[in-house]
Design a protein. Structure first.
Length: 253
């Protein structure tokens, strides 16, 4: 299952589908490197995870719709954070192994704690979404939710989509999501997205900037179509772009 490859961060709304806390602020950032994004989530991991208790309804619906698999296979939570969505995958009978990948060691530790408390099995791996430590065609069901928009360059975001295509089995499916300009907090329109930062406020009042690339819906669809993935379906929901995708060799039905 695992491949000998080098070994980004999970940021998700709460279970209502509404994004962060009132009072968070967006600004135009300098472009961070991936280590800076990782370090941000290591810094806020414990508090961040405590506010992300429930899975998204869109993820629950995706797992319900695609959880009947033709053969035992691997589930992947890419940008797993505290593993609230890995927990859903762990309940799928035909997934013999669930792997959670995240760049942040701090968030992975919160995922390990949740798995122990809730009694589900997940193999956790600190890794990079653009170089996944998994063999070709091994993943039958994957969620790549609210992580793509934290990758700091278009080339790395594209590489992560191609990597997802590589590890998906021929009949595998994945759910990909990202923040979009359709969200109420943004005034932008048009066919191109933009980079920004959104502050996270720690309990003591310290603020930490988190990088986002905010996708225009047309841009999101276009980047998926140019990747090695096959788009099965996509929609806008609660200000997020969602796409159900298959690998390059997958049958789209």
């Amino acid at each position: 299952m695992y491949d000998e490859r080098p070994t980004m961060a999970d940021d998700q709304p709460d279970g209502t589908g509404a994004e962060p806390e009132a009072g968070s602020k967006s600004t135009e950032p300098g472009e961070p490197d991936r280590a800076a994004v990782r370090d941000t989530y290591d810094r806020i991991a414990s508090h961040f995870a405590s506010t992300r208790e429930y899975p998204w309804p869109e993820v629950e619906a995706f797992v319900d719709d695609h959880g009947s698999l033709e053969a035992p296979t691997v589930g992947l939570d890419l940008g797993c954070g505290n593993c609230r969505h890995a927990e859903l995958l762990a309940d799928v009978p035909d997934l013999e192994t669930v792997v959670g990948v995240d760049a942040s060691r701090g968030l992975l530790e919160t995922g390990r704690e949740r798995a122990g408390e809730q009694g589900f099995d997940v193999e956790l791996c600190q890794g990079d979404a653009s170089t996944l430590p998994l063999a070709d065609g091994t993943v039958g069901l994957a969620v790549y939710v609210a992580t793509l928009h934290h990758l700091p360059t278009a080339s790395v975001r594209r590489a992560s989509l191609d990597e997802l295509a590589r590890v998906l089995s021929p009949d595998g499916r994945a759910l990909v999501s990202a923040w979009s300009t359709a969200h109420d907090r943004f005034d932008a329109d048009g066919t191109e997205g933009f980079d920004t930062t959104v502050e996270w406020t720690l309990p003591g009042g310290e603020t930490v900037d988190r990088f986002y690339h905010i996708y225009a819906p047309e841009e999101f669809e276009r980047q998926l179509e140019r990747s090695d993935l096959e788009v099965v379906d996509w929609e806008l929901s609660s200000g997020n772009c969602y796409a159900t995708v298959a690998g390059a060799d997958g049958s789209v039905r």
